[in-house]
Design a protein around this ligand. Sequence first.
Ligand SMILES: [Zn+2]
Length: 122
Amino acid sequence: MSDKSVNGTEEVTCPYCGHEQSDSWEVSSGKGMHDCEGCERVFYAEDEIHRTFNSWTEEAELENRIYNNKRRVSMAERSIERCKEAGEEPLDFDLKCLELYSKALESTQKELEELRSKHGTH
Ligand SMILES: [Zn+2]
């Protein structure tokens, strides 16, 4: 682009005088018209979206699933325990959750063991 544009700035910046708009975070996404607070001229600006990536190992993924399933299992167990303490029948929902997440936990743990033995890590 020519020197009539300013690119890659943190704030919306006037291409005439270099004035930075302090409330850029309020600017809506896409192309828009701006009145410069510095030189009072009209200019156009658009936001640029940067895509970032997070990545993790298969092992970490399984560990994370195990962690979540353990939490769900213990939540269901606690809920069932509370009902028993209150002399009530445990909720069908909690019993189903316990069964479902226990199974999921078991199979994920198995999957992780297999993965570890395949790659010889621990
Ligand atoms: Zn300006």
